[in-house]
Design a protein around this ligand. Structure first.
Ligand code: PMP
Length: 425
């Protein structure tokens, strides 16, 4: 591990340096990390925590951390793919609920933290997935940890796609179950893992992201579900980036793959296309009732404020009854991805509103992102440990509100700067 004194000596620090075990002073790694932060700032790399001053559809006002100037940007870094976080109906409903219910709930869900709005939202989420019931969690992270630790015990087994979200792995580790992983999207590896993991004396859960958050790619549920069944395992999917986006009507990866009704637990977040915050599990009534008493992040954490829930009720009404935003989003996804591919960018196997622009060299990717921001285009930087070391990327999030003019502006800048930084020829 890197300690403060060594940090000043090493030519270039890497994030991975700070994951190794430390010495006697637990805070030494934090002191050493200051050198890494200072190095990024000196290089002009300010990709994290850029303060947003206002947001409206596909645009935002951002304070530039470099010089303090306020910049109007085309927002390619938000997960509010349908623009619902700033939708007038959603914002209005939220404001009205604050007056009636207050700003926070003041209690966990099982005590005074459940309003009639919470009950109604759980009903709507269950109806959206055509299952019996749903449970709300404070965040998607809490939902994954809660569901997994409630279901799995020491002695059970869990089989994960290697690219699953961190919160899934955290839940698995906390549960004490035997952790098996399979190479991302590789069905032969999954079957091998299932052979090793399953047995007559314990339960096995297969978990996959519906949309992989750094790839934008969708899981092959039509192959995963039958394989899990063959070995007697249960299936859980994380629909964080799929809800409202993937599938002919936005009901997610199971809808896309034709396996709706065959997923044992659907987990999702209310923080991405739904535009608010919160997580959920949807499934059978007996499963959801059990989770209400045994999923610790539900039991021990305060519920989502009513103004957020009121906004989300409008969101699920829009998702169920108004296909125009979903159509506009897909028009934009297809246009932008098609044009980026034509320019020669490597966008992987993206099939959602997340389009990665995968490079090989971190310095080139950072250079392009710096120039994009200077020209008013806000996109996110993703590198190791979130993705493999040799696959750093610009993560582009498409929104339904982006106009063709804005997308053309983005494409012109990507072509010019992609060539400048050697990401395309
Ligand atoms: N799962 C996936 C696949 C995600 O991308 C995220 C968000 N980073 C989460 C879970 C956690 O969701 P939340 O932000 O609502 O905690």
């Amino acid at each position: 591990m890197i300690v403060a004194s060594e940090a000043t000596k090493k030519a270039r620090l890497e994030w991975g340096d700070f994951y190794d075990p430390g010495g006697a002073d637990l805070f030494d790694k934090a002191r050493g990390f200051q050198a890494a932060l200072a190095q990024e700032a000196a290089d002009g790399n300010h990709f994290f925590r850029r303060p947003i001053l206002a947001a409206d559809g596909g645009r935002a006002l951002v304070r530039d951390p470099e010089d303090g100037r306020v910049r109007e940007v085309i927002m390619l870094g938000s997960n509010s793919f349908l623009g619902l976080s700033t939708h007038p109906r959603v914002v209005e409903a939220s404001r009205d609920a604050a007056r009636q219910y207050g700003f926070g709930t003041g209690a966990v869900s099982l005590y005074a933290g459940t309003t009639d709005l919470h009950v109604e939202l759980e009903r709507r989420i269950a109806a959206f997935y055509r299952v019996e019931d749903a449970i709300l969690f404070p965040t998607g992270y809490a939902a994954n940890v809660g569901i997994i630790t409630a279901l799995l015990r020491k002695g059970d087994a869990v089989v994960n796609d290697l690219f699953n979200h961190a919160s899934i792995f955290d839940g698995c580790i906390q549960s004490g179950a035997a952790l098996h992983t399979f190479a991302h999207g590789r069905m032969r590896h999954l079957e091998r893992a299932l052979k090793r993991a399953t047995g007559p004396d314990h339960g096995t859960l297969v978990i996959t992201d519906g949309v992989f958050s750094m790839e934008g790619e969708t899981a092959k549920l039509d192959e995963i579900v039958p394989l899990a069944r063959k070995y007697g395992a249960r299936v859980m999917i994380d629909e964080a980036h799929a809800v409202g986006v993937v599938g002919p009507t936005g009901r997610g990866t199971a809808e896309k793959c034709g396996v709706e009704g065959e997923i044992d637990v659907v987990m999702g977040t209310l923080s991405k296309a739904p535009g608010g915050i919160g997580g959920y599990a949807a499934g059978s009534r007996e499963l959801i009732d059990y989770l209400r008493y045994f999923a610790r992040p539900y039991f021990f954490s305060t519920s989502i404020p009513a103004p957020v829930i009121a906004g989300l009720l409008e969101v699920f009404d829009i998702l169920a009854n108004d296909p125009t935003l979903h159509r506009a989003l897909w028009r934009n996804i297809q246009y932008l991805r098609g044009e980026l591919d034509a320019l020669g960018f490597n966008t992987g196997k993206s099939a959602s509103a997340i389009i990665p622009i995968i490079g090989r060299d971190e310095a080139a990717v950072k250079g392009m992102l710096r120039d994009l921001f200077a020209e008013g285009i806000f996109a996110n930087y993703v590198a190791f440990p979130a993705v493999p070391k040799n696959r750093p990327r610009i993560r582009v999030n498409v929104m339904a509100q982006h106009t063709r003019k804005e997308l053309d502006e983005v494409l012109e800048a990507f072509e010019r700067l992609g060539k400048k930084h050697g990401i395309i020829e």
